[in-house]
Every structure is written in C-alpha cells, then in structure tokens.
Design a protein around this ligand. Structure first.
Ligand code: FCB
Length: 444
C-alpha cells in the first residue's frame, strides 16, 4: 500500500531548516551578532572551528532552493527568522533591512505554492541580550515577545502557521547547563531560570498573537521524549516515567496547564523556578498545535544512586552518524503518549531525519543515501500507524531540506536530502530527495 494513502489528504508534507544553520551572510545588511556567532568563533567550541558565516548561503541562494522545493512537490517549508537581523541589539531599534530577506523568502515560497512556516526563535539570541543576562534573565522573555510581535506584524498577512520557540530544552540545557551549545554556560540554577523564561516568552508571544487578531495558527516546537523501560519491572517502568520529567514535563506540562513536575524539582536543591504570580496563566495561553522534533528513543533502568532515579542503558539498534539509535517504534510510542497526555492536541512532526555518511559520486552528480531512505520510510510508517490509531497528527517536516551547520559538530554531520558542497555552495539532490518527491506524489 502506498505510504501517502495511509495519511489524510490534507496532511502537510514539509521540510525544515534554521537561520543560523543555513543562511550565512552573517555580517550583511545590518545583522547583529548572535550567541552562536560568538560561540562558534571561540576556539574549541565547534569542531574544526566551523562557523555559520557562510553556511549554505541560503540568504543569497533562496530562489534556487525554492526551485528545488518545487521539484520535490513540497507543501510547506519551515525556516527560522534570525532575531539579530530584525533587532541587531536584541530590542529597541529595528533594522529596516531586517525583514527584506524574509519578505522575499515568504513571497517566493507563496508563488511556488509552498506554505511558509516560520519559527521565531531557533537559538540565535542577540549577543547584547546574553550580555544583559541571557535567558536566565526575566527581561529576555519580554524582549523576545516584542521581537515575535514584530514578526507577526511584518509577515502575518501572508503567514498562517507560526512556531514560537524551537526546542527550549536545548536552549536552556545544552546552553546553560551542559555548555555544549551557545552561550556555553554550566550552571543548574541559571539553566532552570532559562527554562522558565523561555516558557514565559513563549506564552507572552502567544498572547501578543491573540491580541493582534492575526489569522492562522500558532504553536511551539518541543523535543519531548519518553524512554523505554529496560525490563518490565515496576522499578524500571517508574524509571522510564521519571525520565520524561526533565526533557518533556518541564516544558510541555506548564504549556498545557499542568504546572511544573514537582518530582523533578525535588531531585535538586538548586532547581528553583523564579516564578511570579500569573506566570503559569501566561505560559498556558491557548495553543493551536504542538510541534514535535523527534530523532530517537532512550532505554532506561532504575538507578537509586541518581538524583532522578534512572540511568540510560545500552541498546542494540543500528545508529546514525550522530550515534543515535534508529528507533521508529519509539516515535510511534511517543506520539501515542503525547496524544494521551495532551488530550488529543493537534501535533506536527516539525523535525525528523538523520545524519548519514553521504558520499558524492565520482562525477559529482549523485548521492546514493539508501540508509537515509530506509530511516525515513520507517519513521514515516510509524507516523502512519499513529494516524491510523487516531493520533491527531497533522503533518511531517523532514530535517533537513539541505545539509547545514550542525551546531557543535560544524559541517561534519549531513542531515539534508539535498547535498551541499561547501566549497562552492553547489546543491546536489540526494536519492532521498527523489524518494521524498515520490512519497509526496503518492508514488511510494
Ligand atoms: C535538533 C535541532 C536542529 C538540528 C537537529 C539535528 O535538535 O532543532 O536544529 O540540529 O536537531
């Protein structure tokens, strides 16, 4: 049976990218500096010292990319807006050229019959706001909401699907606790404050969207996860449930009116949320949909020595270039869990895909990435199973349209269905591009 026929006709087929990962043009047209510019220019932070200065140069080559999207029969393109292009100093004075690029991109997509789906924040915080305290500072939430409102005002007449934040877990935890992402801090108290202020910023932006009466829908993108218990013992089952507290409940639960998970906060003395009266009401402002970025599932066992009561254990599946196990059943399980936990909220998979050891053919025209095709087929089948069981899944965005700057890994991990030759910016559709084209056309 062909895959597409297992989804409703109005299911949305898209691809995704993010500003710092693809745009380049870091110093053009009045763009300010973001924490990722600073971080990637700091020796030792990003593999090989790679930066997003040029990236895929989508800033200059977006027309060519739209042509490739047309060839795919793509229905939607998820991209992100670079905050420092709009407000080089984070807030206050708007850069008049800031929206020129996004206006042209949105118009080009619409002309090609492709729905533009902007994310307002995919990790490129203006450096000035980091210098003033970053996400651990409450004020950043208000600066973000002002910036998001400027986006709604500028593009809201043509955009009808908005995403506020991308993976606030990564912004807060990789950025302020683990230090592997910009701004590279390692402080639990500040990471917890960052979580709350990201959630608050999201809520304030949703309120501004509702107040402004813009047409269309608004949601957010989380990388929620539920782990698999290693055995069926009650201790391991409880461990798996606890494993969802940090990556999932700390973000999702306040959004859907369930507050923060006490069990997680009680595990750490320095996990104190700087909450003020009324914050939870703002954060739980009505959402139209939930975006899910999903790559893999962890397997966990009970561990009384860990403050959160669990540890990750070994798994058997083949892995991708990220060393992430290939677990399509995990996506199926997680979608089912999300559907129940959110009482049937509309869900979009806003990212899914894999890094594989892509090899350009000797004549430079093909990439035979059949490992990626097998990955995509299995994860999309898992989505189809969930849809057929009644999960309210509305669309799927493949990560990524094109190879790009993979954060701390620089350009060493390729996620695209289009190969990017970083020497000259040349685009080469991989076999997975033709697979996705056929799938969208109902021919797979
Ligand atoms: C997600 C990010 C995205 C990309 C993929 C591989 O966590 O949102 O930008 O890097 O991982």
């Amino acid at each position: 049976m062909n895959i597409r026929s297992r989804f409703p006709d109005n299911f949305l087929w898209g691809t995704a990218t993010a500003s710092y990962q693809v745009e380049g043009a870091a110093n053009e047209d009045g763009r300010g500096v973001s924490i990722w510019d600073t971080f990637s220019r700091t020796p030792g932070k990003v593999l090989h010292g790679h930066t997003g200065d040029v990236a895929c140069d989508q800033y200059h080559r977006f027309q060519e990319d739209i042509e490739l999207m047309k060839g795919l029969g793509l229905e939607a393109y998820r991209f992100s807006i670079a905050w420092p292009r709009i407000f080089p100093e984070g807030r206050g004075k708007q850069n008049p050229r800031g929206f020129d690029y996004y206006n042209a991109l949105v118009d080009g997509l619409l002309e090609a019959g492709i729905k533009p789906v902007p994310t307002t924040y995919h990790w490129d915080l203006p450096q000035t706001l980091q210098d003033a305290g970053g996400w651990p500072a409450r004020d950043t939430a208000y600066a973000y909401a002002d910036y998001a409102e400027a986006c709604f005002k500028a593009l809201g007449d043509r955009v009808d699907m908005w995403i506020t934040l991308n993976e606030p877990f990564c912004s807060a935890v990789l950025g302020y606790l683990v230090g592997r992402h910009a701004p590279g801090e390692q402080d639990r108290g500040r990471a917890i404050a960052a979580i709350h202020h990201l959630n608050l910023g999201h809520g304030l932006a949703v309120q501004a969207f509702r107040k402004g009466g813009y047409a269309g829908t608004i949601g957010t993108t989380l990388n929620t996860q539920t782990a698999r218990p290693a055995t069926s013992s009650p201790e391991d089952i409880e461990a798996a449930d606890r494993a969802a507290d940090f990556p999932t409940r700390m973000f999702l639960d306040p959004l859907i009116g369930k507050g923060y998970p006490r069990r997680f906060l009680d595990a750490y003395e320095d996990a104190v949320i700087p909450i003020e009266d009324g914050d939870l009401d703002i954060i739980s402002s009505d959402l139209d949909f939930l975006g899910l970025n999903y790559y893999h599932e962890d397997c966990v066992a009970h561990d009384p020595d860990h403050p959160e009561g669990y540890r990750k254990v070994a798994q058997y599946q083949p892995t991708t270039e990220m060393d992430w196990p290939i677990t399509p059943q995990g996506l199926h399980r997680h979608l089912t869990w999300l559907h129940e936990h959110t009482a049937g909220m509309p869900i979009y998979v806003t990212e899914n895909g894999c890094a594989m050891p892509d090899i350009l053919s000797a004549d430079g025209t093909r990439v035979h990435d059949h490992d990626r095709i097998a990955f995509l087929r299995s994860y999309i089948e898992a989505c189809a199973d969930a849809v057929q069981e009644g999960v309210n899944l509305k669309g799927y965005f493949l990560w990524s349209f094109i190879d790009n700057f993979e954060w701390a890994y620089g350009y060493t991990k390729r996620f695209g269905i289009v190969y990017c030759d970083y020497l000259d910016g040349r685009r080469i559709p991989k076999d997975s591009y033709y697979f996705y084209r056929d799938l969208i056309a109902g021919m797979e």
